[in-house]
Design a protein around this ligand. Sequence first.
Ligand SMILES: C[S@@+](CC[C@H](N)C(=O)[O-])C[C@H]1O[C@@H](n2cnc3c(N)ncnc32)[C@H](O)[C@@H]1O
Length: 257
Amino acid sequence: MTRRLTLVGLGPGDPELVTAQAVRALNEADYFLVADKTGQHPGTADLIAMREAICARHVTGPWRLVPVPDPERDRAGRAEYTSAVRDWHEARVRAFEQVLLDNPGDAAVLVWGDPSLYDSAIRVADRIVERARVDVVVDVVPGLSSVQLLAARHRLVLNAIGGPITITTGRRLLDDAAAHDNLVVVLDGTLTCRRLPDPSAWRIWWGANLGSPDEHLMAGNLDEIADQIWSRRTAARQSRGWVMDTYLLRRGQQPHR
Ligand SMILES: C[S@@+](CC[C@H](N)C(=O)[O-])C[C@H]1O[C@@H](n2cnc3c(N)ncnc32)[C@H](O)[C@@H]1O
């Protein structure tokens, strides 16, 4: 019998920021799958606990969370980043597939933020369908992304009037900032904007652990506050064992609303 596999965007951590559709999808699933990175990053147990808190808050009746140990990503000695990520995704596909084979019923994958933004859940689910070892139909329930919450916290309109917005990663920022004036940066463990060649040309709106009780916000001219942001980020990471941050960078004195 065909089973349902629903990829549920849970928002960036705050149980209050979970949509009514996500709540319904959680209540309809027999069990939940979550990628478990605690083998590589023990601090991330907290991130699973935050998802558990969301389930406890919104699911009526008993629920079951099945952690799927995340395969190690090959980071050393690989010139080809994209192929390293592809291998890692394939290992993830096999891990999720095995859990589905071992656990009958309809499953929901608990996705941090929104599944459309820098998340592998949709690609993993598509591969599971393609491999056809498990008979599932896949649905996606959107969630609030960390980018939207950053904008709300700073009361920002992400684009200048009629202008574009680029969403990129710390890894690509130095190249992308040469060609774009208005960028949101995610996945940046080293606050790469500190290495931009012209820091006085930029303003920054930064947020860490958005939607959690230890949220941090800072905004100002990049050359004036980059070091303070780095200190805040370091302290936040030390106190919880992990930190997630995202920021908007805008060149010049364009208005931010
Ligand atoms: C793998 S991406 C996933 C993004 C997620 N799908 C979303 O919609 O927000 C993880 C990155 O998102 C950003 N991020 C996720 N949650 C965050 C939060 N609560 N506060 C600040 N940044 C967050 C960070 O840049 C982090 O490195």
